[in-house]
Design a protein around this ligand. Structure first.
Ligand SMILES: [Zn+2]
Length: 69
């Protein structure tokens, strides 16, 4: 299935958003605790102009999988 992403960046208003693979670190509050989640190969839409990251269903799922580990 082809992954559909929005190529328009809502931050800098250029159409330079494309899928990028990156290392992503985030703190997530879950069940009253803060978890440090490290995703070494997150594939998510990113604006190549301003660097803004966007999360779609697939990358959100990738993050929640990393959280459950
Ligand atoms: Zn942008």
């Amino acid at each position: 299935m082809e992954r559909k992403i929005c190529t328009k960046c809502s931050k800098c208003h250029t159409s330079t958003v494309s899928l990028a693979t990156l290392t992503y670190d985030v703190e997530i509050d879950h069940d009253g605790r803060t978890y440090h989640v490290h995703v070494p190969d997150l594939v998510t839409p990113k604006c190549s102009n301003c660097g803004q990251l966007y999360f779609d269903d697939e990358s959100s799922e990738q993050i929640s999988r990393a959280l459950r580990k």
